[in-house]
Design a protein around this ligand. Structure first.
Ligand SMILES: Nc1ncnc2c1ncn2[C@@H]1O[C@H](COP(=O)(O)OP(=O)(O)OP(=O)(O)O)[C@@H](O)[C@H]1O
Ligand SMILES: [Zn+2]
Length: 482
């Protein structure tokens, strides 16, 4: 079974072959820290978290680096508005980032370099670019000369000539930078200090780095000249990633990344969810509304990672339903394992296991996580069905060992997608486990059949006292915790 990935660079799906056998070097362009993260950032972080988990699951050793852009006009504007410093704003939102991502179950990256901690690496790279004729100073700024890099545009498929024709969208003649550039498409590697802004000494005068150069420097510092996967949102293909390639490859003469992978956008009414547009919901707002973090993961994973998804209340509600189904399956072992006489920990689910094979086969096709989820849903539904049979009939249809294998498979595969149920909270709320509640409902059914209504009322009251409400209907009795 080979993993094949759609590579934005080649516009084809290709077999995944790493530079070094068995090892993956992966870099993801993280957030600019001037506000709380929204659902769009959640999608990007969840997708790359799951990609990393999956690569580890299939046996790779993964080194995963994610940056924080902690110097930027937007951060400076916020610091100014709050009479605070750029560093204080960045620190506050980095802290918030970790809180939000922990709630979503995102595993921490191996390292989180920050632009302001990489100034030496950035300056080294600019210096080399200048020596090789790809960069020129202009009045305290330094610009990258895009026409010197013959492959400029290879990632995005944009050619300078075409952009020239429609240049109005990109070029602002009023912009003071425009006056300094040799070509309107040149971009800043270094910006001269403005009064009151943070600045670092450099051979070009005091100033600060441009945005694109920080990633080229961080990749080189932490991972080397050529990495396996460079990831980010599709909104970064142009100009950010195009410029990263131009910077890094001009210096090293080697490909910056073998595979360029891009997640699709979370949209609202067809537009990118974005801090700048103001059409966003933050992760903490969504979770504080009571949306389960695992439902957010499911919302993200039910779409192929490259396709755009619309954020709607209905989509979140559907994901919540889906999560309840998977959660019931995940809790099966905790509820019924003992009763089924499982000897926990004695099985090795990975040999030979058709469900794991099916999961891997489908996900190997360009990280098809929605396809992988169908395997999880099948297992979860089957386990829930057996759970109900067990409660009502005292035994299961399938052999306990086989159910044990199915449950372990579900837990393992759900873990690859970062889906985990909180065992204590779910099975022991109000002192009664789901199985105990189901058993009491069954006793009450039997009392009612025998027309022993005093007993059936007693059971109802007993459950009510435990905070459990029963709802009788023609199809049987449903229940919920209050
Ligand atoms: N709506 C979205 N859907 C999916 N990914 C997104 C979305 N918005 C941002 N991202 C991704 O999140 C990561 C961090 O983004 P960054 O902090 O640069 O946000 P941004 O694009 O400036 O956001 P905004 O436009 O909201 O200010 C990038 O990889 C980016 O592509
Ligand atoms: Zn980047």
């Amino acid at each position: 079974m080979t993993l094949t990935l759609y590579n934005t660079l080649t516009r084809r799906q290709e077999p995944f072959e790493t530079v070094e056998a068995g090892k993956v070097k992966m870099y993801y362009c993280g957030v600019t820290v001037y506000d709380y993260c929204h659902l769009g950032h959640a999608r990007a972080c969840i997708v790359w978290d799951v990609v990393r988990r999956y690569l580890q699951f299939i046996g790779y050793e993964v080194r995963y680096i994610q940056n924080f852009t902690d110097i930027d006009d937007k951060i400076l504007n916020r610091a100014c508005a709050e009479h605070s410093s750029m560093e204080a704003v960045a620190d506050r939102f980095i802290k918030a980032y970790f809180e939000d991502m922990a709630r979503l179950g995102i595993k921490e990256a191996d390292e989180y370099p920050r632009a302001t901690h990489t100034i030496n690496g950035i300056q080294r790279l600019i210096h080399e670019l200048e020596n090789k004729g790809f960069a020129y100073p202009a009045d305290g700024d330094v610009y990258y000369a895009v026409r010197q890099f013959s492959e400029y545009g290879k990632l995005s498929g944009r050619r300078l000539e075409d952009m020239q024709a429609g240049k109005s969208e990109r070029v602002n003649v009023e912009d003071p930078e425009y006056q300094k550039k040799k070509d309107p498409f040149d971009f800043a590697l270094w910006k001269a200090a403005k009064a009151g802004e943070p600045a670092w000494e450099s051979p070009w005068g005091a100033g600060r780095p441009g945005w694109h150069i920080e990633c080229s420097a961080m990749v080189r510092d932490r991972l080397g000249d050529t990495i396996d996967i460079h990831a980010g949102g599709a909104d970064l293909i142009f100009p950010h990633h195009e410029n990263e390639i131009a910077q890094s490859e001009a210096v090293t003469g080697k490909p910056l990344a073998r595979y360029w992978l891009h997640n699709g956008m979370v949209k609202v009414d067809g537009e990118k969810m974005s801090k700048s547009l103001g059409n966003f919901i933050t992760i903490r707002e969504l979770l504080d509304r009571g949306v389960d973090p695992m439902a957010v993961r499911l919302f993200v994973l039910t779409a192929q990672y490259r396709t755009p998804i619309d954020f709607t209340d209905e989509a979140i509600a559907a994901a919540t339903n889906g999560w309840h189904t998977i959660k019931e399956g995940l809790l099966f072992g905790h509820q019924y394992g003992k009763k089924l006489g499982w000897n926990l920990g004695t099985q090795n689910i990975l040999i030979p296991n058709p469900d794991v094979e099916r999961f891997q086969k489908v996900v190997n096709n360009d990280f098809n996580f929605p396809g992988g989820l169908t395997v999880l849903f099948k297992l979860a539904k089957e386990l829930s069905r057996e759970g109900h049979i067990l409660v009502h009939e005292g035994k299961t249809e399938t052999l306990p060992e086989e159910l044990h294998r199915q449950w372990q498979t579900l837990v393992t595969l759900a873990g690859v997608l970062g889906l985990e149920a909180e065992i204590e909270a779910e099975t022991h709320t109000n002192g009664l486990t789901d199985a105990e509640i189901e058993a009491k409902i069954q006793q009450r059914q039997e009392a009612r059949k025998a027309k022993n209504f005093a007993e059936s009322d007693r059971i109802r009251d007993e459950l009510q006292a435990e905070g459990i409400t029963l709802i009788d209907s023609r199809d049987g009795t449903r229940w919920h915790r209050n």
